[in-house]
Design a protein around this ligand. Sequence first.
Ligand code: ADP
Ligand code: MG
Length: 195
Amino acid sequence: MDKDNSGYIDLDSRAEKMLRKGEFLGRGHNGIVYLLPNKKIIKIFKDKKVCNKEYDILKKTENSKYFPKTYAHGPYYIVRSYVGGERLDKYIKKRGFNKEIAHNIIKLIKEFKRLEFKKLDIRCKDLYIGKQFSLRVIDPKNNYSEEVIYPRHLMKGLNKLGVLDEFLSAVNDECPEAYKLWNFRMKQYLDKGIK
Ligand SMILES: Nc1ncnc2c1ncn2[C@@H]1O[C@H](COP(=O)(O)OP(=O)(O)O)[C@@H](O)[C@H]1O
Ligand SMILES: [Mg+2]
């Protein structure tokens, strides 16, 4: 990869070329995502700082099966693996919740600890569920910068879907220590708004 100006123009034209074959997949607050051939996607960012931050996280999580692999990046884009399956919140709304999903969420938070995340949290809409209830993250944010010691957003989403008690009961069976903290903090948050 060239580091001079022409190198950057080159990279941009590379991204442009990829985009011509791309098919619109989705749009978020920070970017727009296109499906590419070979089960890859390209995410184009509005802000290069956000692009860089997201790339840094994806580099640190590259040996984890829960995160997309990266293949190329430029100041304003990242090429990464396509994540199939369905958005977790939509899936639960349609098909309900079960112990396997609960178990895989607990495993995911353990993985966040292994990856030394400061933020042990993720939103339901950034999780995709695939075969055998496997979970994958699509849009990691601030995982190494923001301190969140329990999966508040995630449980807030589960609460909205009416499955929080079922989830917490699975956490209690599997991981009583985590249950104590998560249950206590979540009740405090839902009752009094204390984060
Ligand atoms: N790796 C991926 N695999 C499949 N779809 C994706 C992937 N990444 C993003 N998308 C789709 O693109 C949308 C926007 O991407 P996202 O990373 O959430 O952008 P933002 O950071 O702007 O929120 C998502 O809601 C999803 O529909
Ligand atoms: Mg998003």
